[in-house]
Design a protein around this ligand. Structure first.
Ligand code: HEC
Length: 175
């Protein structure tokens, strides 16, 4: 009798772990799909855009964290990793409610990039220009265009200023 119960428990455990593996696999696939859909929302002259713009359009949600080309990028990646490892540091990295609500879902809670590209390390001037270009359609991307449509110019300035400080905040938090 006992043996039968143990065997039953083992079977249940195996089924459960198989199920968990299956669902987490599906989630990874889903994320990848979402990333692909979003990057395909770039409007028709995306090719032209990507020629003018050295930042590659993200295609895989999984790749972003380990991405890095220049030494500056590599430094940022190392510090982002350090930030994750030091308990309490993420919490110390405060962002505004506006950034958190409107931007962090795609660009990450510290601008590390998820579905949208990494914002960490960009200057506030660059970010402001990007945001204005998205908003007035000079730089064509449906996601960013749709998002910024109902934001005021003051909010764009505020967000740019804030994102411009991300790098020094990261430096501070990982000192
Ligand atoms: C639904 C996902 C999503 C949200 C939310 C989002 N973005 Fe984006 N963002 C993207 C994608 C995708 C791109 C890449 C567009 C392209 O290059 O064509 C992008 C590009 C950018 C860029 C240009 C970065 C570069 O180096 O090229 C900036 C700056 C930016 N977003 C800022 C913001 C800010 C600020 C917010 C909050 C108001 C925000 N984004 C919210 C998806 C998002």
């Amino acid at each position: 009798m006992i043996k039968k119960i143990i065997a039953l428990i083992a079977v249940l455990l195996a089924a459960w772990s198989y199920f968990m593996m299956f669902t987490s696999d599906m989630q990874v696939k889903k994320l990848d799909k979402i990333a692909k859909i979003i990057s395909s929302t770039a409007m028709e002259d995306k090719k032209l855009n990507s020629l003018q713009n050295t930042q590659p359009v993200q295609t895989s949600a999984v790749e972003t964290v380990v991405q890095g080309t220049s030494t500056k990028d590599k430094e940022i990646e190392d510090k982002l990793r350090a930030l994750k490892e030091k308990a309490g540091n993420i919490a110390a990295f405060n962002v505004s409610p506006l950034y958190k609500k409107s931007c962090s879902s795609c660009h990450g809670n510290v601008g590390q990039g998820i579905i949208g590209p990494k914002l960490m390390g960009l200057s506030s001037e660059t970010v402001l220009k990007d945001l204005q270009d998205f908003k007035n359609g000079n730089r064509k991307n449906y996601v960013m265009y749709g998002l910024l449509g109902n934001m005021s110019d003051e909010q764009l300035v505020e967000l740019s200023k804030e994102i411009g400080t991300f790098q020094s905040k990261l430096d501070e938090a990982t000192k």
